[in-house]
Each structure stands twice: as C-alpha cells, then as structure tokens.
Design a protein around this ligand. Structure first.
Ligand code: NAP
Length: 257
C-alpha cells in the first residue's frame, strides 16, 4: 500500500476511537505520524486503536476528553499536553483532524432547542475552540482537516440540524483557510456520504434492504467504508496536498450527483 511520509509529524484525531476516526488514526499511524487518539467514553476502543497502530509499527497514545455541552476544548489540549512530552519532546502538533461528532435524527417539527444546542456544541463549537486553543501548538505548514458530511450539500430534512452543523463547519474551513494561509497551514473539509459505522448501526447493519437502498444513493454503488475516508484524509495531511486549501472534498462515492 502507498504511504505518505508523515514521519516526525504529530496528528490529533478527535473521535479516533471508532468508525471513520479510527480509520483515520490507523492510516495516519501507518503513514508514520505520532497519533493522539482522542475519545469521549470508550477507553477500551481507544486503547485498541493505539494497540493496532503499535502493532503496525507506528506510534500513538490515547487521550480522553468529552467535547460539547459536557466538555470543552481546553480539557482536550490539557490531556494532550500531559502526554505529548513523553512521546515527542518538542511538543506541538502538525495535523488536527476534527472528526468527533454527534448525529441527530430529527425533523424540524420535532426538534428541541436542547438537542439543537447539544449537536452544535459537539459538531461546531468544539472544532472552533479546538482550533482556537490549538493554534499556538500547530506548527507552520500544518494541516486542519474537518470531517463534514454530504448532508451539507444534499437536502435531508430528517437530519436538518445535523446538516446545519456541517454547513457551519464548511464555512469555518473556508474562513480558516484564508486566515492561516500565510502560515502555510491548509484547511479542508472532507464530506463523507453514508459510511458503515456505529452512527448508522441501528438502521443499516444486518438490514439488507436498508443497505441496498443506501448503496443505490452512491454512483459507485455501495456504502462507504472508514478507509475510503481515511485515505483522502491521509492525502490532505501529506505534502502532496500542499496546494489544496479552503475546499470541501466530496467523499460520498458520488451521492446526489
Ligand atoms: P461514530 O462511529 O459514532 O464514532 C464517533 C466517534 O466520536 C467516537 O470515537 C466517539 O468517542 C467520538 N465522540 C462522539 N461524541 C463525542 C463527544 N461529545 N466528545 C468527544 N468525542 C466524541 O462516528 P462516525 O460515523 O465514525 O463519524 C465520524 C465523523 O464522520 C463525524 O464527524 C460524522 O458527522 C461524519 N460523517 C459520518 C457519516 C457516516 O455515515 N458514518 C457520514 C457523513 C459524515 P467514544 O467512542 O469515546 O464515544
């Protein structure tokens, strides 16, 4: 398999313990980066990811920080700072992947203000302040990669507030790219379509009809896998992507064309 030379780089992946984030953490680890695998609750899953990266010859450590209404970005960086010196004495970070997010299935008619605030706290406020507090640690020439969603482009009223969080994240990407360009830092969003992860387990896994329906939405005719997204993130993290910034990279397998 092709790998990008990320040796000597430090990457932080939020939501790195499961699903797409796990795929990203493992891929960046294989590419040579030291990976901080951030998680909220599932320490066992995070340790498993760290173990897999080690088994593949890479370097990683887990950090616990709940984001959103019940947590904050400061706590995440404090957890990062507490461990980074042991793994990389110079400290600092080169790649920030804002991947952790909450899903919210709710049409406007049944949407509550509490649920709206919670999903925005995890999916928008947390990435904003992870970057705001991370900027002093992020080295020039670094990368910020925000995991968005095809739902920011394709109308899906049944997840209207979740989609709005991803629209906000894409706008953050745009403005941040302009602001950080002078430091050689690129900022991009990656927008997956339906991917087989725990977020979709209830309705997708073990349901052949649902899987066929979900597959039919993508021009490429299947549901996405975490590695489909992780490989794009690895490219964006690499030097090969140095001239791409401020963009939303569609990773939906051609959904809603
Ligand atoms: P997932 O399988 O549900 O995993 C979510 C990850 O985020 C876990 O590592 C979880 O940590 C962490 N997390 C959740 N809430 C958190 C919080 N409040 N604070 C800190 N960490 C938290 O999700 P996924 O499907 O891989 O989704 C990853 C990203 O892709 C999200 O941004 C999502 O919006 C986007 N996306 C997914 C799909 C899809 O179809 N799966 C489609 C489009 C976009 P714990 O394990 O500790 O709980």
């Amino acid at each position: 398999m092709r790998t990008y030379g990320l040796e000597g780089k430090v990457a932080l992946v939020t939501g790195g313990s499961r699903g797409i984030g796990r795929g990203i953490a493992e891929r960046l680890g294989r590419d040579g980066a030291l990976v901080a695998v951030a998680y909220a609750r599932d320490a066992e899953a995070a340790d498993e990811v760290v173990g897999t990266i080690h088994k593949n010859g890479g370097k990683a450590f887990a950090i616990r920080a709940e984001l959103g209404a019940h947590g904050d970005a400061d706590a995440l960086w404090a957890a990062f700072d507490a461990q980074i010196a042991e793994h990389a004495p110079a400290g600092g970070v080169d790649v920030i992947v804002n991947n952790a997010a909450s899903g919210l299935f709710s049409e406007l008619a049944s949407l509550t203000e509490k649920a709206f605030d919670e999903v925005f706290a995890v999916n928008v406020r947390a990435p904003f302040f992870i970057v705001r507090h991370g900027l002093e640690r992020l080295r020039d020439g670094g990368r910020i990669i925000n995991i968005s969603s095809g739902a920011a482009r394709i109308a899906m009223p049944e997840i209207i507030a979740y989609s709005a969080t991803k629209g906000a994240l894409d706008n953050f990407t745009l403005n941040l790219a302009k602001e950080l360009g002078p430091r050689g830092i690129t900022v991009n969003s990656v927008a997956p379509g339906i991917v087989d992860t725990d977020i979709n387990a209830d309705w997708l896994r073990g349901n052949a009809e649902a899987e066929a329906q979900a597959s039919s939405l993508a021009a490429l005719g299947r549901v996405g896998r975490p590695e489909d997204i992780a490989d794009i993130v690895a490219f964006l993290a690499s030097d090969d992507a140095r001239w791409v910034t401020g963009r939303v990279i569609d990773a939906t397998g051609g959904s809603g064309l």
